[in-house]
Ligand binder design. Structure first.
Ligand SMILES: C[S@@+](CC[C@H](N)C(=O)[O-])C[C@H]1O[C@@H](n2cnc3c(N)ncnc32)[C@H](O)[C@@H]1O
Length: 257
């Protein structure tokens, strides 16, 4: 969580930022922490900020069509998506993360009338009782699914679809190869985290979660946000994209229900 947050703060200092998250920039200085422990640097920050910029884009698209939506933002960490997007007063937003993260959010972000914080594990079915079930619902889960087991993740997606009348699920995932390769990910190993759930394509989700329709399945390299990274990364992406397994080692998923 601190690693992705720090990447956003570093990006905000660029002359031409990818995400331009001034909230991350301001808040990082208020946390007494040795940020070098995250292993994130300005050079590697686009791996995070292109993903966040992509999910901001998808969220804005949904909210433009559904200005009175409910938004469960799961595994939010310290992400300032609500403040970046600044949705209208018709949107009720729910940032959900573990209690210690929720406490930190309350200390660091100014309260907003329509932005709520739920302190819970997303695997606990009880938190959904606090979320209204009468409007189109956008579930955003950025950087979360890989920390869940497959059983936990599938149960979570099914619960959202059962709970809400209609809406979208927007999340990123690693493939099984991506999960196997987790030891090469310095940010993950430094955090002492363990990744579990690998998804090899949208068919697995469509089969596991009844009632979904695929809207998009996108490699990070094909995201419009990726066009803004330094040329050396675009060259690397072109090479990796020649191999389907590498192209979709991480992927952005979007489903309607
Ligand atoms: C890699 S961080 C991503 C944070 C943020 N979404 C971002 O993109 O910057 C993963 C987040 O998921 C949260 N998380 C992991 N498992 C969770 C669970 N079972 N319930 C709630 N939050 C969880 C972690 O606490 C952490 O904040």
């Amino acid at each position: 969580m601190l690693a992705t947050f720090y990447a956003k703060a570093l990006d905000a200092d660029f002359d031409e930022p990818i995400l331009g998250d001034k909230w991350a920039r301001d808040i990082v200085d208020r946390i007494d922490y040795d940020w070098s422990k995250t292993a994130v640097t300005a050079r590697t920050s686009p791996a995070v900020t292109t993903r966040s910029a992509h999910f901001d884009m998808w969220a804005r698209q949904f909210l433009a069509v559904h200005p009175e939506a409910i938004v469960p933002h799961l595994g939010c960490g310290l992400d300032s998506r609500y403040y970046r997007i600044d949705p209208g007063p018709g949107v009720e937003w729910y940032d959900v993360d573990y209690p210690d993260v929720a406490d930190l959010r309350r200390q660091l972000f100014p309260p907003r009338e329509h932005c709520h914080i739920i302190a819970a594990s997303v695997t606990d079915p009880a938190w959904l009782a606090d979320v209204p079930a009468d409007r189109p619902t956008l579930m955003i889960a950025e950087g979360l699914t890989m920390y869940l087991t497959e059983a936990e993740g599938v149960a979570l997606l099914r619960r959202i679809v059962d709970h809400a009348p209609s809406g979208e699920l927007q999340f990123d995932a690693f493939s099984r190869l991506g999960i196997k390769a987790q030891w090469t990910n310095r940010v993950v190993t430094r955090a002492g985290a363990k990744l579990h759930w690998g998804i090899d394509g949208p068919d697995e989700i469509l089969e596991a979660v009844p009632g979904l329709r695929l809207l998009a399945y996108v490699s990070p390299f094909d995201s419009p946000a990726f066009a803004r990274v330094a040329p050396r990364y675009r060259v690397m992406a072109r090479v990796m994209s020649a191999f389907k397994k590498l192209r979709y080692m991480a992927a952005y998923h979007r489903y309607a229900f």
